[in-house]
Design a protein around this ligand. Sequence first.
Ligand code: PRP
Length: 204
Amino acid sequence: MITVALPKGRIAEDTLEIFKNIFTQDFSFESRKLILEQHGFRFLLVRNQDVPTYVENGAADIGFSGEDTLKEQGARVTKLLDLGIGKCQVVVGMKKGEVLDPRLPEIVVASKMVNIAKDYFDSKGMSVKIVKLYGSIELAPLVGLCDAIVDIVETGTTMKENGLEPVATIMESSVKMFANRESFIQKRTEILELKQQIKKVLEA
Ligand code: PRP
Protein backbone atom coordinates (compact mmCIF):
# COMPACT_ATOMS: atom_id res chain seq x y z
CA MET A 1 0.00 0.00 0.00
CA ILE A 2 1.28 3.45 -0.91
CA THR A 3 -0.18 6.44 0.94
CA VAL A 4 -0.49 9.59 -1.16
CA ALA A 5 -1.11 13.06 0.27
CA LEU A 6 -3.01 15.37 -2.07
CA PRO A 7 -3.84 19.06 -1.63
CA LYS A 8 -7.60 19.72 -1.70
CA GLY A 9 -8.76 21.39 -4.89
CA ARG A 10 -7.44 21.57 -8.43
CA ILE A 11 -4.16 19.75 -7.84
CA ALA A 12 -5.93 16.79 -6.19
CA GLU A 13 -8.41 16.61 -9.07
CA ASP A 14 -5.68 16.79 -11.71
CA THR A 15 -3.57 14.18 -9.91
CA LEU A 16 -6.49 11.77 -9.53
CA GLU A 17 -7.19 12.26 -13.24
CA ILE A 18 -3.64 11.03 -13.92
CA PHE A 19 -4.25 7.95 -11.73
CA LYS A 20 -7.50 7.36 -13.62
CA ASN A 21 -5.53 7.38 -16.86
CA ILE A 22 -2.87 5.00 -15.59
CA PHE A 23 -5.16 2.40 -14.03
CA THR A 24 -8.24 2.95 -16.24
CA GLN A 25 -10.61 3.23 -13.32
CA ASP A 26 -12.29 6.03 -11.43
CA PHE A 27 -10.44 7.54 -8.45
CA SER A 28 -12.75 9.92 -6.63
CA PHE A 29 -13.39 10.79 -3.01
CA GLU A 30 -16.90 10.30 -1.62
CA SER A 31 -18.36 13.61 -0.48
CA ARG A 32 -16.69 14.91 2.75
CA LYS A 33 -14.46 11.82 3.04
CA LEU A 34 -10.76 12.55 3.53
CA ILE A 35 -9.44 9.06 2.80
CA LEU A 36 -9.85 7.08 -0.40
CA GLU A 37 -8.50 3.54 -0.67
CA GLN A 38 -8.28 2.14 -4.13
CA HIS A 39 -6.10 -0.13 -6.21
CA GLY A 40 -3.36 -0.45 -3.58
CA PHE A 41 -3.25 3.26 -2.84
CA ARG A 42 -4.53 5.26 0.08
CA PHE A 43 -5.15 8.89 -0.80
CA LEU A 44 -5.32 11.56 1.90
CA LEU A 45 -7.02 14.87 1.21
CA VAL A 46 -5.18 17.59 3.14
CA ARG A 47 -4.71 21.36 3.10
CA ASN A 48 -2.16 22.42 0.50
CA GLN A 49 0.36 23.73 3.04
CA ASP A 50 0.10 20.49 5.04
CA VAL A 51 1.10 18.09 2.25
CA PRO A 52 4.87 18.35 2.92
CA THR A 53 4.24 17.81 6.65
CA TYR A 54 2.38 14.53 6.06
CA VAL A 55 5.13 13.30 3.77
CA GLU A 56 8.11 14.49 5.82
CA ASN A 57 6.70 12.79 8.93
CA GLY A 58 5.89 9.55 7.12
CA ALA A 59 2.09 9.74 7.48
CA ALA A 60 2.15 9.63 3.68
CA ASP A 61 4.74 7.92 1.47
CA ILE A 62 4.41 10.39 -1.35
CA GLY A 63 2.82 13.77 -1.92
CA PHE A 64 1.96 16.22 -4.66
CA SER A 65 2.21 19.96 -4.13
CA GLY A 66 3.68 23.10 -5.59
CA GLU A 67 7.39 23.85 -5.46
CA ASP A 68 6.41 27.08 -3.66
CA THR A 69 4.77 25.10 -0.85
CA LEU A 70 7.79 22.79 -0.56
CA LYS A 71 10.10 25.78 -0.28
CA GLU A 72 7.90 27.66 2.19
CA GLN A 73 7.62 24.60 4.44
CA GLY A 74 11.35 23.82 4.11
CA ALA A 75 10.33 20.21 3.62
CA ARG A 76 12.97 17.53 3.93
CA VAL A 77 11.65 15.12 1.31
CA THR A 78 12.96 13.44 -1.84
CA LYS A 79 11.79 15.23 -4.98
CA LEU A 80 10.92 12.82 -7.76
CA LEU A 81 9.12 14.50 -10.62
CA ASP A 82 7.99 17.86 -11.97
CA LEU A 83 4.44 17.34 -13.24
CA GLY A 84 4.49 20.62 -15.12
CA ILE A 85 0.94 21.42 -14.00
CA GLY A 86 -0.18 24.15 -11.60
CA LYS A 87 2.35 26.56 -13.02
CA CYS A 88 2.62 29.87 -11.21
CA GLN A 89 5.13 32.44 -10.01
CA VAL A 90 5.84 33.81 -6.56
CA VAL A 91 6.25 37.56 -7.00
CA VAL A 92 6.60 40.80 -5.12
CA GLY A 93 3.56 42.94 -5.88
CA MET A 94 2.99 46.64 -5.33
CA LYS A 95 0.44 49.26 -6.22
CA LYS A 96 0.74 50.15 -9.90
CA GLY A 97 3.54 52.63 -10.49
CA GLU A 98 5.23 52.06 -7.13
CA VAL A 99 8.75 50.66 -6.87
CA LEU A 100 10.77 48.94 -4.17
CA ASP A 101 13.02 51.54 -2.62
CA PRO A 102 16.07 49.80 -1.18
CA ARG A 103 16.94 52.95 0.79
CA LEU A 104 13.85 52.66 2.98
CA PRO A 105 14.85 51.79 6.57
CA GLU A 106 12.21 49.06 6.62
CA ILE A 107 9.65 47.76 4.19
CA VAL A 108 6.40 46.14 5.38
CA VAL A 109 5.45 43.06 3.38
CA ALA A 110 2.23 41.04 3.71
CA SER A 111 2.22 37.39 2.68
CA LYS A 112 1.04 33.91 3.48
CA MET A 113 4.50 32.72 2.44
CA VAL A 114 6.44 34.33 5.26
CA ASN A 115 9.62 32.26 4.88
CA ILE A 116 9.96 32.81 1.14
CA ALA A 117 9.27 36.53 1.66
CA LYS A 118 11.80 36.86 4.49
CA ASP A 119 14.51 34.93 2.60
CA TYR A 120 14.00 37.07 -0.50
CA PHE A 121 14.36 40.44 1.23
CA ASP A 122 17.23 39.14 3.38
CA SER A 123 19.05 38.09 0.20
CA LYS A 124 18.59 41.64 -1.12
CA GLY A 125 19.97 43.05 2.11
CA MET A 126 16.70 44.86 2.74
CA SER A 127 15.24 45.22 6.20
CA VAL A 128 11.71 43.85 6.20
CA LYS A 129 8.77 43.45 8.54
CA ILE A 130 6.57 40.54 7.49
CA VAL A 131 2.84 40.62 8.18
CA LYS A 132 1.41 37.11 8.06
CA LEU A 133 -1.96 36.82 6.29
CA TYR A 134 -4.03 33.79 5.33
CA GLY A 135 -5.64 34.95 2.08
CA SER A 136 -6.90 37.88 -0.02
CA ILE A 137 -3.33 39.19 0.14
CA GLU A 138 -3.97 41.68 -2.67
CA LEU A 139 -6.17 43.71 -0.33
CA ALA A 140 -3.41 44.52 2.15
CA PRO A 141 -1.50 47.25 0.25
CA LEU A 142 -4.78 48.91 -0.80
CA VAL A 143 -5.70 49.69 2.79
CA GLY A 144 -2.24 50.57 4.07
CA LEU A 145 -1.46 47.32 5.88
CA CYS A 146 1.80 46.96 3.94
CA ASP A 147 4.06 48.50 1.28
CA ALA A 148 4.27 45.33 -0.81
CA ILE A 149 3.02 41.76 -0.94
CA VAL A 150 4.64 38.45 -1.74
CA ASP A 151 2.06 36.24 -3.41
CA ILE A 152 1.30 33.78 -6.13
CA VAL A 153 0.46 34.93 -9.63
CA GLU A 154 -1.12 32.49 -12.04
CA THR A 155 -3.00 34.48 -14.67
CA GLY A 156 -2.21 37.86 -13.10
CA THR A 157 -5.90 38.78 -13.02
CA THR A 158 -6.28 39.20 -9.26
CA MET A 159 -3.40 41.68 -9.04
CA LYS A 160 -4.54 43.58 -12.10
CA GLU A 161 -8.15 43.84 -10.96
CA ASN A 162 -6.92 45.28 -7.68
CA GLY A 163 -4.56 47.85 -9.18
CA LEU A 164 -1.39 45.95 -8.30
CA GLU A 165 1.48 44.72 -10.45
CA PRO A 166 4.49 42.44 -9.98
CA VAL A 167 7.76 44.30 -9.42
CA ALA A 168 10.01 41.25 -9.00
CA THR A 169 9.80 37.50 -9.54
CA ILE A 170 11.05 35.39 -6.64
CA MET A 171 10.51 31.91 -8.08
CA GLU A 172 8.70 29.84 -10.66
CA SER A 173 6.61 27.00 -9.35
CA SER A 174 4.79 23.92 -10.60
CA VAL A 175 3.49 20.74 -9.01
CA LYS A 176 6.13 18.28 -7.80
CA MET A 177 5.82 14.62 -6.82
CA PHE A 178 7.96 13.86 -3.77
CA ALA A 179 8.53 11.06 -1.29
CA ASN A 180 9.22 10.51 2.36
CA ARG A 181 12.92 9.67 2.59
CA GLU A 182 12.41 6.41 4.50
CA SER A 183 9.51 5.33 2.24
CA PHE A 184 11.75 5.92 -0.76
CA ILE A 185 14.15 3.35 0.65
CA GLN A 186 11.50 0.84 1.80
CA LYS A 187 9.13 1.13 -1.18
CA ARG A 188 11.60 2.27 -3.83
CA THR A 189 10.46 -0.10 -6.59
CA GLU A 190 6.74 0.71 -6.27
CA ILE A 191 7.37 4.44 -5.99
CA LEU A 192 9.69 4.53 -8.99
CA GLU A 193 7.23 2.46 -11.01
CA LEU A 194 4.46 4.93 -10.18
CA LYS A 195 6.73 7.82 -11.12
CA GLN A 196 7.35 6.22 -14.53
CA GLN A 197 3.64 5.62 -15.08
CA ILE A 198 2.83 9.24 -14.24
CA LYS A 199 5.61 10.47 -16.53
CA LYS A 200 4.20 8.36 -19.37
CA VAL A 201 0.71 9.83 -18.95
CA LEU A 202 2.12 13.38 -18.85
CA GLU A 203 4.15 12.81 -22.00
CA ALA A 204 1.25 11.22 -23.92
C1 PRP B 1 -4.20 32.77 -5.20
C2 PRP B 1 -3.16 33.86 -4.98
C3 PRP B 1 -3.76 35.02 -5.72
C4 PRP B 1 -4.47 34.35 -6.88
C5 PRP B 1 -3.63 34.48 -8.11
O1 PRP B 1 -5.19 32.97 -4.29
O2 PRP B 1 -2.96 34.11 -3.62
O3 PRP B 1 -4.66 35.72 -4.92
O4 PRP B 1 -4.64 32.97 -6.54
O5 PRP B 1 -4.28 33.98 -9.26
P1 PRP B 1 -4.36 34.84 -10.60
O6 PRP B 1 -3.02 35.40 -10.89
O7 PRP B 1 -4.79 33.82 -11.63
O8 PRP B 1 -5.41 35.90 -10.41
P2 PRP B 1 -6.18 31.83 -3.82
O9 PRP B 1 -7.17 31.56 -4.91
O10 PRP B 1 -5.43 30.68 -3.30
O11 PRP B 1 -6.97 32.60 -2.65
P3 PRP B 1 -6.50 33.27 -1.29
O12 PRP B 1 -5.01 33.43 -1.30
O13 PRP B 1 -7.20 34.58 -1.27
O14 PRP B 1 -6.95 32.31 -0.25
